[in-house]
Structures are given as structure tokens and as C-alpha cells.
Design a protein around this ligand. Structure first.
Ligand code: PEP
Ligand code: MG
Length: 755
């Protein structure tokens, strides 16, 4: 049964089809269209505004004064119409004049109309005009009417573009030639030089109104079948990652591919009279609009997965299967896309794909995780890159700095090549000391472990020569899954990591979810508080959801069968929290042993010190723990009351500030005196100068980001630990104004390698 929205849109589309097929100028057709819509929607006014010479011109109207046509103009962002076009959103108002953006245009005679609803007319993701209806009564338009307007706007876009009545884009003045430097978000490090290749010349919907609805329905069904087959094949043949995250990402795809809601919405759009392509696009537009309103990054990510599949469906249905992956890359390519689904990335030839630049993208995005595993540098959030670069342009990508250059001059290329050569040389030097121990010049054996969280990360031990995994962030598995990972899937992951690590230790941290790492499937735990980092997260959440923690404990216990299980708890604020978590693990351990189930020979328990209050309770905590791990990322944000995610504060408080160093020294001294090993596992330890200062206050164990192992090891091997210890005593007694500069000078003078 077609829905009311479909019937309403269908009625208009049938008329529209005839208008579009009729002879006559585009103006005549649009004049007919506004009459048609006004009659079908029983609205007193229906107007079409088109983007011309950067402003919105009233192009056709039913109900407003005809003298205003081609006279009334609104700049982008001006008035209700300008706001709709600039922001690409819908306005639905019962009293138009009380909206803050309302701009009165006396020539239109619109003062007698109270209610207003307008939708953008979108072409190639840009608003090229606005379709609006108005009523004398103060009433809100219902969803069915808005839906119908949007469907009609989509068909109008075709007519308008065909007649070249509007400007192509609301985005003005983008540079298409000459060298352009751009900055973005560092997602995957590395440098590359290549030629711009667009992932997808978007499939442009050419025919929107269906001749034969049943035929269109059959086309969509066939496309769905084919897409599902493709996903199944990809799942079977995933080139790498037979277990772990990739598999789970493909599972998410599968979930969408079989999602009843999605296919139903497309079907409804077909019922309203659209072609298969237009129906897919219509639903995709709606998803995109919804995406703009969502703040939850994880949910946004899922929406991107859906968009990825929607593009695939569109390619199948239109027979234009060629993404750049299918047509094949024939030289070093820098792939450019608005966003990319992980499955789409997996289709590229890894040898020719040198880098990826995205308009969107985020650190926790699935595609980032996959790219990292493929070793392809990625820069995200480079707004408008698809409008700035041309296919075939040379692009220099610096994933280490998060910057890129499009169409560089010869001189810029030469400078970039030099830096790239240096970076490669440095990498080669680091590789050469991979098997050498991190030992200071005066013989202090430090330990350098890595932070990890994905199944693939286990191979980093081999690549970096690190001493183990000092922080395995188990929540990553939860973040990349569409549903709560069960005990078995946790067990598989932990086992595979332990197997890959062999004799090297792995420290598993129990899940640190909640706060900003919200999981859509744990909606009831969603933290709406203003300070989620200080909210219902990590151990606080785990201790209240003991089923979740028990499942994790059992998975860890079984995975470490007959070996040593090392486990630590995040965000311990008071010793009782540690005791409660440990007791829960011990209960599960007793259960496993009694039931003769697989269990570790020994368990080492640790606490993370990342909440300052715990430092005051060390006398009670230390006798109960096997190791202490300092999470400097959270610790510094709490010490300084400075949000770690706020870029404005990123440079404000230095990790080398005496306050932090004195605090860490106090904790380290107390722990060392009690015979408890201390390790730093925050980002701070991965910076050579900071690591040098930490050695100076007695910390010799680090768990750091894998990419930093080479640099930090080189620093350690060039350092005299006793000398830096003596220096730090002096500096912390009477801190210099600029600790960083003082330490850099000292390092230079003493031949300490900092890069
Ligand atoms: C930390 O807070 O320093 C830490 C290592 O944990 P995370 O970054 O995962 O919060
Ligand atoms: Mg932390």
C-alpha cells in the first residue's frame, strides 16, 4: 500500500511529468509547475527561487505578485529562502515573520500569508534553488506535505539543470587552478606524492519521473540482490583481516544491506512516482539531512556506512559500476572522496594507492582503521577538496602534519621530496635498531611497549621490535562493532592478540566506554552530561554493568589459558573501585578453575592512575596492585581542568610543566619505594623530549604509540640517565620560566637525539 506521502507526491509527479514532456520554454514550464503544486497542496502560494549570479531570484510564483518575478532577490543566507539555500535545510513555520531570518519584501505582497514551508532544490549535493509554499492561516505543514515537496524539488532539479537556469553551485569562488595549500585532520601518518583520482564521479540522476513504476521496483529489487551478493563475496574474500575488525565492519554492511527499513523507504519513493535511481537518491538525501543533525560521532559513522552502500546500490542500478577501483588505478594515486566506506577502500590496489584525502572522516571511522592497517596515509576534513582539485592534478600529502598541496610548483615538489627522503631515511635508521634494546648510555634498561586496540595491531610488535603491548584498549572492538561484541568474539580477539604477541606481555585494559566513547547500542548509558570525560564512563560504568564486565573477564581469563593474564582498570578514582573490579575478576577466575575451564596460570592486576585523587591513596592501593600505569592524557586534563579534546587548550598547558612533572615524580617515588613498577601509557611518553624528562624523574617504562618507538628508542640510546636525573632535580627545585626550551638546550648540549 503506498503511503499518504507517496500518494500526495505521486499526484504532483504525474502532472509534472506531462509539464516536463510538453513543448515550451523552461519559464513556461516552471509557471505551470507552481500552479500545479499550489493546486495539489491546496496552498495559496507556491514559489520557485533559483540561484542566479550568487543570489536567489524569484523565478516563478503562484499567489505572490507577478511583478515580483525576476525582481525579488535574496542573497545566500538572507531571509528564509536564503537560509534554506545556504544551509541546505528545510524550514516549516506557522508564523514566518517571527523567524529571526525573515526578510520582508513588499513587492511580493506576502504580508497576508502567515505560514511558510520551503525545501532546497538540490543538484550534485548543492542547493541550486528553493521551492516554497505559503498559506494565509498560521499552520504547520505536516510531514507528508514536506516529503512531497522534497520529492518534487528533486524532479525540478532535473528540469532546472537541463535548461541551465541556475548557477551550478552555492559554493562560490573555489580555486580550480594554481597551487593550493590545504590543512586537514591527521588520520593516518605518512607522506606521499601522487595524482588526484576521484573515487567516484557521482552518478547523476538523469531521469527522475518513472514511466513504469513496477519496472522501477523490479530494477531496485535486482540491484539489492546483486549488492547483497557482493557484500557476501567481500566477506568471504576479504584480502586481509580474516578475523577482527574488518569482518565486523563487513557485518555492519550486511546489517544495512538486509535492513528492511531502508528498502522500504526506497520502495515508498518509487510508489511516489520516482525512477529507481531517483528513489535511491531521494532516500540518500534524507539520510544526509539527518546526518547534519546528528552529533553522535559513532552514529554518524554508521550513517556513512549506509551512504557507502547507497552509492553502491546506485552504481549497480544505473549500470555505472566504475569507481576508480573498478576502472583500475594506473599510476600512483591520491584518492579523493567526500567519504569512503571501508569496503570501498578495500577494493583498491594497495600498490598504486598512495594516499587518501577525505572531505569528512574521523579518527575512529572504520575507513581510518582499515587504511591504517593497509599502511595508506589519510588526511580527513579537507572541506571542498572535490571542488578544489581536478582529476589528474599532482597532490602532495603530508599525513604527519595533516597538510596537503594541490598542483604544487616545482620548488614545492623539490622541498617535499627532500622531506620525504629524510622521513624515509629516519624510518630506515629506526628499522635498523629495531632489535636493539632501549638502553641508556649508562646502562639503564628501559622498556618500550606499544599502545594497541585492534587485531591487526598485534603485528606491530614484530614491526617495531617493542617489548610488548602496554595498553590494549579493549573498547576499540566495541567501538567498531554494530552490536555489543559477545564473549566469544571478545575471546577470539584476545586469543589472537596473545598468540601474535608470543612471549611478549600484553596488558589488557578493561573497557573504557562511556563519555565521548558512547556506543549507540548502549543507548541507556548515553552520557548527556556537559562533561562526559568526567562522567559515567570507564570503570564507573563497568562496575554498574557487571554483566558486561563479567563477560569480558571470562573472555580474558579463557584467552590467557595457562599463561599470565595482565589486566588493568581505567579511571580508578578510589581504591575501593579497584578492589571491586578485582574481586569480580577473582570470582570469575575461581569459577573457571572450579569448572576446570581454561584459566591463566597467574593474573597480574594493575590500576591506571589518571584521576588525581588516586595519588592521595597510594599507601592503600600500592600493596594491592602488581603494577601502576599512568594515563597522562586523562591525568593532565584533570590536573589542569583542561578538556583534552578542546583544540583551544591543546597548546595551553605543557606536558613539561613543573606541576605535572612534580606530580608524576611524587607518584613514581612512592610506587618505586613500595616495589611496584610504574609505566606511562599516555601520549606524553611517545614524544622524545617528554620521555627524556620522564626518565629524569625516574620513569623507565613506557607504552607509546607504535609510530614513536623508533624516535623514543633513539633518544633513550643517546641519553645518560644519571645526568638527566641530576638535571631534573635542579630544574624541579627551581623551575625555569621555559622548561621546554631549557630541556631542548640541555639535550642539544649533551648529544641527545630528539628526532
Ligand atoms: C590516558 O588517559 O592517558 C590513556 C592512556 O587512556 P585513554 O587515552 O584511552 O583515555
Ligand atoms: Mg584515559
Amino acid at each position: 500500500m503506498p503511503t499518504a506521502a507517496a500518494t500526495s507526491a505521486r499526484e504532483i509527479l504525474t502532472g509534472l511529468h506531462d509539464v516536463m514532456a510538453s513543448r515550451g520554454s523552461a519559464q513556461v514550464k516552471l509557471d505551470h509547475v507552481v500552479d500545479l503544486i499550489a493546486a495539489a497542496m491546496k496552498s495559496e502560494v507556491c514559489s520557485i527561487y533559483l540561484l542566479r549570479d550568487s543570489s536567489l531570484e524569484l523565478f516563478a510564483t503562484h499567489g505572490l505578485r507577478k511583478e515580483a518575478v525576476h525582481v525579488t532577490r535574496l542573497a545566500l543566507g538572507q531571509g528564509l529562502v536564503g537560509t534554506i539555500a545556504a544551509e541546505g535545510r528545510i524550514l516549516n513555520l506557522d508564523e514566518a515573520s517571527s523567524h529571526p531570518a525573515f526578510a520582508y519584501r513588499p513587492e511580493t505582497g506576502e504580508e497576508s500569508f502567515h505560514s511558510f514551508a520551503g525545501v532546497p532544490i538540490i543538484r550534485r549535493e548543492n542547493a541550486i534553488g528553493v521551492l516554497a509554499v505559503q498559506h494565509a492561516d498560521a499552520r504547520c505543514y505536516d510531514e507528508v506535505e514536506i516529503e512531497a515537496l522534497q520529492t518534487v524539488a528533486m524532479v525540478l532539479a532535473e528540469l532546472i539543470a537541463g535548461a541551465r537556469l541556475a548557477d551550478g553551485s552555492t559554493r562560490r569562488g573555489k580555486q580550480r587552478d594554481g597551487m593550493v595549500r590545504l590543512a586537514g585532520l591527521k588520520l593516518v601518518a605518512g607522506m606521499a606524492r601522487g595524482t588526484a583520482v576521484f573515487h567516484q564521479p557521482r552518478v547523476l540522476v538523469e531521469h527522475t519521473v518513472a514511466e513504469d513504476t513496477e519496472l522501477e521496483r523490479a530494477r531496485v529489487y535486482a540491484a539489492f540482490r546483486k549488492m547483497r551478493e557482493q557484500i557476501e563475496t567481500m566477506t568471504r574474500e576479504a584480502e586481509f583481516g580474516t578475523a577482527g575488525e574488518h569482518q565486523e565492519i563487513l557485518e555492519t554492511y550486511k546489517m544495512f544491506a538486509y535492513d528492511e527499513g531502508w528498502s522500504r523507504r526506497i520502495n515508498e519513493a518509487i510508489d511516489s512516482g520516482l525512477t529507481a535511481e531517483a528513489a535511491i537518491e531521494r532516500v540518500q538525501q534524507r539520510t544526509r539531512a539527518r546526518m547534519q543533525e546528528i552529533n553522535d560521532p559513532l552514529l554518524k559513522e554508521r550513517m556513512h556506512d549506509l551512504e557507502d552502500l547507497s552509492n553502491r546500490l546506485m552504481r549497480i542500478v544505473s549500470g555505472r559500476m566504475g569507481t576508480a577501483a573498478q576502472t583500475g588505478l594506473n599510476r600512483d594515486a591520491v584518492l579523493i572522496a567526500r567519504n569512503l566506506g571501508p569496503a570501498e577502500l578495500l577494493e583498491y590496489d594497495r600498490r598504486r594507492l598512495k594516499a587518501v584525502v577525505l572531505e569528512e572522516g574521523s579518527l575512529t571511522a572504520h575507513v581510518t582503521i582499515v587504511a591504517r592497517a593497509m599502511g595508506v596515509p589519510v588526511i580527513g576534513r579537507v572541506g571542498d577538496i572535490r571542488h578544489i582539485a581536478n582529476e589528474g592534478d599532482t597532490v602532495l600529502v603530508d599525513g604527519d602534519q595533516g597538510s596537503l598541496v594541490v598542483r604544487p610548483t616545482g620548488q614545492t615538489v623539490a622541498g617535499f621530496d627532500n622531506r620525504m627522503a629524510m622521513s624515509l631515511r629516519r624510518r630506515a635508521e629506526h628499522a635498523a635498531i629495531r632489535t636493539e634494546p632501549p638502553i641508556t648510555r649508562d646502562g639503564r634498561r628501559c622498556t618500550l611497549m606499544v599502545n594497541a586496540g585492534l587485531a591487526e595491531d598485534a603485528s606491530l610488535l614484530q614491526q617495531t621490535g617493542a617489548d610488548g603491548i602496554g595498553l590494549f584498549r579493549t573498547e576499540f572492538q566495541f567501538l567498531v562493532s554494530a552490536t555489543l561484541p559477545g564473549r566469544d568474539s571478545q575471546l577470539r580477539l584476545y586469543k589472537s592478540v596473545l598468540d601474535a604477541a608470543g612471549d611478549k606481555p600484553v596488558v589488557f585494559r578493561t573497557v573504557d566506554i562511556g563519555g565521548d566513547k558512547a556506543l549507540p547500542y548502549l543507548a541507556d548509558e548515553k552520557d548527556e552530561s556537559e562533561n562526559p570525560a568526567m562522567g559515567w564512563r570507564a570503570l564507573r560504568l563497568s562496575l554498574s554493568r557487571t554483566t558486561l564486565m563479567k563477560a569480558q573477564a571470562r573472555a580474558l581469563i579463557e584467552a590467557a589459558d595457562r599463561t599470565v593474564l595482565r589486566v588493568m582498570f581505567p579511571m580508578v578514582s578510589e581504591p575501593w573501585e579497584y578492589e571491586a573490579a578485582r574481586a569480580l575478576f577473582e570470582e570469575q577466575l575461581a569459577w573457571a578453575r572450579e569448572g576446570k575451564r581454561p584459566a591463566p596460570a597467574r593474573v597480574e592486576f594493575g590500576a591506571m592512575l589518571e584521576v588525581p585523587s588516586l595519588a592521595e591513596m597510594l599507601d592503600l592501593l600500592l600493596p594491592r596492585i602488581d603494577f601502576l600505569s599512568i594515563g597522562t592524557n586523562d591525568l593532565t586534563q584533570f590536573l589542569f581542568a583542561a578538556d583534552r579534546a578542546d583544540p583551544r587548550l591543546a597548546e595551553r598547558y605543557d606536558w613539561l610543566s613543573p606541576a605535572i612533572l612534580r606530580f608524576l615524580r611524587r607518584v613514581t617515588r612512592e610506587a618505586t619505594a613500595a616495589g611496584v613498577p610504574v609505566r606511562v601509557c599516555g601520549e606524553m611518553g611517545g614524544r622524545p623530549l617528554e620521555a627524556m624528562a620522564l626518565i629524569g624523574i625516574g620513569i623507565e617504562n613506557f607504552s607509546i604509540t607504535p609510530a614513536a618507538v623508533g624516535t623514543v628508542k633513539t633518544m633513550i640510546r643517546s641519553l645518560d640517565a644519571a645526568a638527566i636525573r641530576a638535571k631534573m632535580e635542579v630544574l624541579l627545585a627551581r623551575p625555569p620560566r621555559d622548561m621546554r626550551k631549557t630541556l631542548v638546550d640541555w639535550a642539544r648540549k649533551h648529544g641527545v637525539a630528539l628526532s
